[in-house]
Design a protein. Structure first.
Length: 213
């Protein structure tokens, strides 16, 4: 089973690297983004509907998708506020050393079609959390027996996969969000509060700020 888990990690993380860091051009147009996120969703569906139940013979609970509990809402909101405050201080520090913070990406994001932004919002909220939190942490923990190593890999790989598209300064900001998401997952052992945190963040980043402000 450990070999199967390792193969699953290689297939998912390898496809993410190819899509975002090799095949996705810079700058990327709407069609490039739509193709990339469409492939990500196909991989996501293959994981959830075939690989997980048929190959690994595991349930959704094995990747943090257990029963929803009311406290997940409050933990997700609280974690978002914490991440937002940390990001504000990070942005100040980045500008002080001559790097651009993540808010510098807003003109680029606003240039995309609203449907593309909706796709980015949904992909970030759901697909990224399943790939980089639930599946990566749980499977790597099973393979290595070291949950701290799985958590560190989740934080690092999620941050790294944004580097080509975002650049250094914004990626440092993303690494803060990644750290909060990892800590939240470790605390609750559930993806639900991570969905809420990532969803609130994506709502502002991809829908409210670009479309309304």
């Amino acid at each position: 089973m450990k070999r199967i888990y390792l193969l699953g990690l290689i297939l998912i993380l390898g496809s993410e690297f190819l899509l975002r860091d090799v095949l996705l051009p810079t700058p990327a147009s709407d069609i490039h983004i739509v193709i990339a996120i469409s492939i990500e969703w196909l991989i996501f569906l293959a994981l959830m509907l075939y690989w997980l139940p048929k190959v690994e013979m595991q349930r959704l609970e094995s990747i943090g998708l257990g029963k929803f509990r009311g406290r997940y809402i409050w933990w997700g909101v609280f974690a978002y506020i914490f991440a937002l405050i940390a990001s504000i201080f990070s942005g100040i520090a980045l500008e002080a050393v001559g790097l651009e913070p993540i808010r510098s990406l807003q003109p680029m994001i606003k240039a995309f079609h609203p449907l593309t932004l909706l796709g980015l919002f949904l992909t970030g909220t759901i697909v990224e959390e399943v790939f980089y939190r639930g599946y990566l942490i749980e499977r790597l923990n099973t393979i290595t027996g070291k949950r701290w190593l799985a958590a560190l890999a989740s934080w690092f790989l999620f941050s790294l996969v944004h580097f080509k598209f975002f650049g250094l300064g914004p990626t440092i900001d993303v690494s803060i969000l990644s750290a909060v998401l990892v800590l939240l997952y470790l605390k609750e052992k559930s993806l639900w509060p991570c969905f809420i945190l990532h969803g609130i963040n994506g709502l502002f980043a991809y829908l409210i700020f670009p479309l309304l402000i």
